[in-house]
Design a protein around this ligand. Sequence first.
Ligand code: MCU
Length: 417
Amino acid sequence: PTTAQPQVPTTTARPTTTLVTSTTSSSAGPVVTTPPVTPTPGTCPNTPSGLGSPVANQLNDPFTFHNGNKVTSKADWACRQKEISELLQRYELGTLPPKPSSMTASFSGSTLSISVSEGGKSISFTVSINNRPSGAGPHPAIINFGTLGASLPVPAGVATINFNNDDIAQQQGGSSRGRGKFYDLYGSSHSAGALTAWAWGVSRIVDALELTQAQTGIDPTRLGVTGCSRNGKGAIVAGALEPRIALTLPQESGAGGSGCWRIATWQKSNGQNVQDSTQIVQENVWFSPNFNSYVNNVNQLPFDHHLLAGLIAPRALYVMENVDMEWLGKISTYGCMGIARKQWQALGALDNFGYSQVGGNSHCSFPTSQQGSELNAFIDKFLLRKSGGNTNIFRSTQTHSSFNLNNWSPWAVPTLN
Ligand code: MCU
């Protein structure tokens, strides 16, 4: 099912910039992942206000609603994801606006132009679509945060869409709060931090790809998203907030991405030089100003980033981290994702989850040890839809023996049907 189509003009200026109003279904072969359940409006309980009881030295139970009820089915899981998304937006990320009331998209050369209007204001931005495979298609694509191209190797057969995320929301330190096209549209005091604003931008790219599929040859049902470091935080949040992303590929996202706040705090209390919640909100504007009230006591939060990742489950997620980067929170990402993985386990979808932590490479230079049997296996299976290798991956080249995954996740993992 698709959401309501944006309103677009019925006439076009030039044949190369045809605007279309409906999407066509993909002929790209069998779908590998089970599409996530979309809750019917009104079927989920309202998310209670308030933070609930603090959770210390463990991560919040994914399978218990904020009101204490248990998650016992896939339908419950969809409601729990809706609740987690609301809580993350309320206390950390800021509000993700709904689909804008009107938008247009056109494709010319390699440029996809996107215009969005809401409440009497309009913005436009462009993305470039590179390495479009020859042949009729439709072809899969990876949306890459940043204009320089992906910092991981994108194999033949997959296009790359370069997204200038800084154009949507700046990330040049505290003074860039509220700057960028997202804030031109929604106001400079909008609660969304840059990560949420970028996820909104990714959603508009997907909308535009749905509108221009006949022109671009890109299949909007076979999209990946990637970025490294700060842009890796962007990639995981985009995958979490946009359910049309088939494969989420955050690279060295560290704290604020695949790391958990509570585990980073614990690492820091053990004397490690790791980025934590108190530092990150001073460094940059990735999060909502609302988050500032909680950074000194993250145990209050009714979530951590294992639940951010769980918004992706059972869609495909492959997380790449670097053991040599203490600042990124190497135990934090290992523990956070090791516990996040239990959500895919509950859904019977462990083949859709990968976490791989290696070393020997400098920050954001992709190590070949993650390429053939890992990254390519994910891209083959979830974007190219070829039968690929093993994609049930959880590994680190370091033994994090000080951290006990099960002690930090003492709750039961149900089987959800
Ligand atoms: C890993 O992402 C960030 C990190 O959160 C920052 O503390 C550091 O300054 O920059 C990293 C990054 O984006 O490097 C390119």
